[in-house]
Design a protein around this ligand. Sequence first.
Ligand code: ADP
Length: 446
Amino acid sequence: MFSKILIANRGEIALRIIRACHELGIEAVVVYSEADRDAAYVQLADEAICVGPAPAVKSYLNIPAIISAAELTDVDAIHPGYGFFAENAHFADICNDCGITFIGPDPDSMRQLGDKVAARALAKKAKVPVVPGSEGEIKGEAEAIKLANKIGYPVIVKAAAGGGGRGMRVAHNDISLRKGFIAAKNEAETVFKDGTVYIEKFIVEPRHVEVQLMADKNGNAVHFYERDCTIQRRHQKLIEESPCPVLNEKTREELCKAGLRLIKEAKYHNAATCEFLLDKDNNYYFIEVNTRIQVEHPVSEMVTGQDLIKWQLKIASGEPLTLRQRDIRHKGVAMECRINAEDPTRDYAPCPGPVNEFIVPGGLGVRVDTHLYQGATVSPYYDSMIAKLIVHQPTREEAIATMKRALREFKIGPIKTTIPACLEVLSHNLFVESKVDTSFIERHMG
Ligand code: ADP
């Protein structure tokens, strides 16, 4: 096992990783920007190194500064968290070249699965159903229109390097496809520096269901069941839960096994999530693999009782997965609400600023993952997610009741947050009855 690692991230995930390190007897070094000088994770780490000014490109995305910090503190490994370098194969290559273990998959499997076009091809090879669509890259508008007419509208143009809901355009006819194709390609070029786009059939009113996976370096792999992440706003998840409330046992097992086949085909190791869309008839279609730990991983931790960050650390250090699939039992219902510093009444505009009021909920079955404290300031420079509220109860009905109670207890001010929006979703009949799809927020809320 490692004796000391560096966490190349910030916020709640930095704190989450520090906790796992300390329980495993590992020293945790963090890097921070000038804006995060007073952050809780800086105070709770064993060592902290300032890597630059507030803008992420100058600090958290500054490769020479981060590698220097790792060398200076003589760490064995780097945990990238999620976001920043978590899916950056170039960064993983540099770590390996410097003799520092990257806590994640091999750069090559990251490249293969991170490219959505290549991942689709691999999924087909592993006999995992993919959304009907292009074989590979679509180069021009004419090719796009020809294919769309073959598979039928609506279609969605997606960036091969896409992420975070960017670089996607839905088209209902030739005219909107022509526009959407150019827009998606331009956005892909600007945001991801890779203009490769492809086309999928747009699945109407789907649910988003994903499988949590973990594999070691010896080829052993297990799944931790599924999470339903259907409640999204502009393709960004807001509420996640496990189990998926509409999945039957047979489909659940098939879905989990499909995820396992895919990461085995990729000779993958460490944590991964295989994402699927589920249509009205319970058909599932692969959309992408995330080659990192995800924001919503606590949902799977609560229902299985397994610490996924500890498994990441153990596997990266070369330890085998000692878990067998039959040891991983799914118990009860877990749900997570993302609390973002955003104003739902002003189209979710970011709402940074000082946090003068901060009262955290508690009680049986309540978990809060946050880096905030009373007197802290939410910086305008980074992602607006400031806390994750997770509940675990025997039934979905009880989980919803606990979540509503905990959301009402959670006092964060004077900044605005997504707490009222989460409460609105949880109180909506369609959510309570599990009759939602990915467009729920856009269609049914304010
Ligand atoms: P990203 O990597 O940007 O998160 P994904 O491929 O994971 O992109 O898709 C994000 C979300 O976009 C999905 O959860 C779903 O809501 C929507 N989406 C993606 N592909 C399709 C599709 N073919 N049909 C319908 N919705 C889709």
